[in-house]
Design a protein around this ligand. Structure first.
Ligand code: GDP
Length: 471
């Protein structure tokens, strides 16, 4: 304080004495006392920002408009089981190998890049909305465009609807690939008709959903589909700044016996270099090696590029955010802090919404919308419940049934609820064992009913803070 104020130690100690504080030269003063003493000398002081502050360490500044360059879109393939998601991913990959004559054996690293008309598209290699939603539950937004695969001989099925709802909840543009058009029973118009019932109106029918007929098996329409992806991407004006330190998301991670923890990261902004220090989730490391989706060692990876890296201290989780930091010390510091924070958060009761504390959260102004996922034994009950529950909305809370379906409550339902902070209402259905385990871990509230009226009454009481506690 003496140094900063230019007053001698003796002068400061004297002032302290006058305030009734007996101090020595090496005594620590708290901020308030220091401010008081400085004030006595007519000097105003300001509290320094805590240098440990994670945001400062990450130095994660916004990019200037002029530094932003177009980047390739990142695409996920979703759809009902057996409608051809895996076949389509393979067809896209093969089309590309032939088109670019790049050769080389494609490695499965969790994502791959294709080149079409000199432009790139990154594909996430794990089909299905489960992976997509699991990542979103961790706060990661990776996908720009979702390709919804619908088999032309089968039409819209339960998981098709789930995928539509998941994509919509994440605000991701949907392009429909009407697959298996080579099959005799194929009926693309029926698919389009069914899609309208779920809010997707085909472009050629006056809507804005692009539908592309394809055959993953016979490789028909694949290039057209990719061109449509590029078109949509262009309209989205996707941009990133390649000239900054990288930031991205973990797509896959595992422990390799010989190489240690390895992870595939999708670079979302900046350029990743070998030798960079990073923080990822609660762990950290230094990029030792970097391999692309063709199995080639690379030194750099720009925006929308997936690469497999080694040099991690532990295995991170898919969906963890990956950020480059200045040096190892900073990386370790943030990692320690995050581990501590994580521990604390898991000690405290979770902030997730539940019917029991709905009222107090409404009162605190924390809840304006209550998301519900409704599962029932028959479609009629799903609709009846959705409508009756949504009708309970009032000026303070809007009730939204973000998903409804027939059948047991699954792990995917819980993931969806977790990603959207929703409560699950089950009517005449039970949760699967895995769903129960995950709901306990993620603190997702599942309520089971046998009488529709009881469900309505419970939500109504919860909104008024008059719910009887469950024992
Ligand atoms: P996924 O479960 O959605 O990943 O579906 P798959 O890609 O595993 O495909 C399911 C089945 O449909 C497989 O037997 C495929 O060979 C077949 N299949 C996929 N695409 C087509 C197609 O375009 N035409 C025909 N005839 N069969 C297809």
């Amino acid at each position: 304080l003496s140094e900063k104020t230019g007053k001698t130690v003796a002068e400061i100690i004297k002032k302290l004495l006058l305030l009734g504080i007996v101090a020595t030269i090496n005594q620590e003063l708290d901020y308030d006392t220091a401010a008081l003493i400085a004030g006595e000398f007519g000097i105003s002081i300001e509290k320094a920002v805590d240098k440990d502050d994670e945001e400062l360490l990450l130095n994660d500044t916004e990019d200037k408009e002029e530094d932003l360059k177009p980047r390739p879109p990142v695409v996920t393939i979703m759809g009902h089981v057996d409608h051809g998601k895996t076949s389509l991913l393979d067809a896209v990959r093969q089309t590309n190998v032939i088109a670019t004559e790049a050769g080389g054996i494609t490695q499965h690293i969790g994502a791959y890049t294709v080149n079409i008309e000199g432009k790139k598209i990154a594909f996430l290699d794990t089909p299905g909305h489960e992976a997509f939603t699991a990542m979103r539950a961790r706060g990661a937004k990776v996908t720009d465009i979702a390709i919804l695969v619908v088999a032309a001989d089968d039409g819209v099925m339960p998981q098709t609807i789930e995928a539509i709802n998941h994509a919509k909840a994440a605000n991701v543009t949907i392009i429909v690939a009407i697959n298996k058009i080579d099959k005799p029973g194929a009926n693309p118009d029926r698919v389009k008709q069914e899609l309208t019932e779920h809010g997707l109106l085909a472009e050629d029918w006056g809507g804005d959903t692009i539908c592309v007929p394809v055959s993953a098996k016979k490789k028909i329409g694949i290039e057209n589909l990719l061109e449509m992806v590029l078109l949509v991407a262009e309209m989205q004006e996707l941009k990133a700044n390649p000239n900054r330190k990288a930031k991205g998301t973990v797509i896959e991670a595992k422990l390799d016996k010989s190489r240690g923890p390895i992870a595939t990261v999708l670079v979302q902004n900046g350029t990743l270099n070998v030798g960079d220090f990073f923080i990822v989730g609660t762990t950290y490391g230094k990029v030792r090696t970097m391999t692309d989706d063709k199995g080639k060692a690379v030194k750099k990876a720009g925006p929308s590029t997936p690469v497999e890296i080694t040099g991690l201290s532990e295995v991170p989780d898919a969906g963890d955010i990956f950020i480059i930091v200045a040096d190892e010390k900073v990386a370790r510091q943030i990692s320690d802090k995050r581990k501590e924070k994580y521990r604390q958060e898991h000690l405290q009761s979770n902030q997730r919404i539940s019917l029991d504390d709905l009222f107090s959260q409404i009162q605190a102004g924390k809840v304006k919308e209550l998301n519900l996922i409704v599962k029932a034994d028959v479609q009629g009950s799903v609709e009846a419940l959705k409508q009756s529950l949504e009708r309970l909305s009032n000026d303070e809370v809007k009730i939204k049934a973000i998903h409804g379906g027939v059948g047991a409550i699954t792990e995917t339902d819980v993931m969806f609820a977790s990603a959207s902070n929703a409560i699950i209402i089950g009517f005449n259905v039970r949760p699967q064992a895995a769903a129960v385990t995950l709901s306990e871990k993620d603190k997702v509230d599942i309520r089971l009913y046998r009488v529709i009226y009881d469900a309505i009454e419970d939500i109504e009481s919860a909104m008024k803070g008059m719910l009887e506690p469950e024992y």
